[in-house]
Ligand binder design. Structure first.
Ligand SMILES: Nc1ncnc2c1ncn2[C@@H]1O[C@H](COP(=O)(O)OP(=O)(O)O)[C@@H](O)[C@H]1O
Ligand SMILES: [Mg+2]
Length: 262
């Protein structure tokens, strides 16, 4: 589903060129969850955004090989744009910035549905939007669609973003710290929802987190990132139970809360 080889990303910043990603390789198959974990500033988001070619071309130089569902998106950023909204989707770190504040939740969801299926009538798109909201555990979808993003709690917003991602026929979901802004019980519910949807759809998930508790809960494999590189990679049990690096141990001791749910 996703194959990344020797990915390097240089960011053009005011302070000069930052090599944010410095030669990482990984792959992810259908139905798998692969997690990139690392401290803040280690290059996780740049990797996630770079893989989906969401970094502005004049601000980021991307090199290496990126293949999504058989499409070479490193050579052709437009190939990635065609996949987004259909085969692949991103759940960004901050749900508030991902939605427009001036349009209703329902309107935005309806447009996401129509992007995938332009022939749908407005009415049919609204029905599909309500279905998606039910699927992500929103009890009264017909009421919620009339609201604007600022009227929703963080957990509800995150569910709406997941519903929006599901509007396409997703094969790959990239989730950048999807639960960091939420309290622990809501975090667990959202992660649980993602795993259930994964079981139903067989989508692959690329998860980004700084929290090893989250990684432990959802991952098949884990890559530990520091200064733009992977310092350690392996099965989740191996990384959690027998980390080889001090750096990984320090992440482990930081936030073990969610691990209790497993
Ligand atoms: N827009 C930006 N301008 C300048 N530097 C940036 C920008 N985005 C990221 N960086 C730098 O790139 C590196 C990796 O950042 P990022 O990928 O956001 O890390 P993470 O998601 O792991 O916290 C950091 O050194 C960060 O300071
Ligand atoms: Mg980040």
């Amino acid at each position: 589903m996703l194959d990344v080889e020797d990915l390097r990303i240089e960011l053009m910043t005011e302070r000069g060129v930052v090599r944010a990603v410095d030669g990482v390789s990984f792959s992810l198959g259908a139905g798998e969850t692969v997690t990139i974990i690392g401290e803040s500033g280690s290059g996780k988001s740049t990797t996630a955004m770079g893989v989906l070619r969401l970094l502005p071309e004049d601000e980021a130089v991307v090199s290496g090989r990126i293949t999504i569902d058989g499409h070479d998106v490193a050579a052709d950023p437009r190939a990635a744009a065609r996949l987004r909204g259909g085969t692949v989707a991103l759940i960004p770190q901050d749900p508030m910035t991902a939605l427009s504040p001036v349009h209703s939740v329902g309107g935005q969801l309806r447009e996401a549905v129509r992007l995938r299926d332009p022939a749908l009538s407005r009415r049919a798109a609204e029905d599909r939007a309500a279905e998606l909201l039910t699927q992500v555990g929103i009890p009264e979808p017909r009421r919620l669609v009339r609201l604007h993003p600022h009227q929703l709690s963080g957990g509800m917003l995150q569910r709406v973003l997941i519903a929006m991602a599901l509007a396409g026929r997703l094969k790959l979901l990239v989730a950048d710290e999807p639960t960091s802004a939420l309290d622990v019980t809501v975090q667990a519910a959202i992660l649980d929802l993602l795993l259930t949807l994964q079981e139903e759809t067989g989508m692959g998930i690329l998860m980004v987190t700084h929290d090893l508790g989250v990684a432990r809960l959802v991952s098949d494999r884990v890559h530990v990132m520091k200064d733009g590189r992977f310092v350690e990679s392996g099965e989740v049990e191996q990384i959690v139970d027998a980390p080889a690096e001090d750096y990984t141990r320090s992440l482990l001791s930081a936030v073990p809360k969610l691990g209790d749910f497993r």
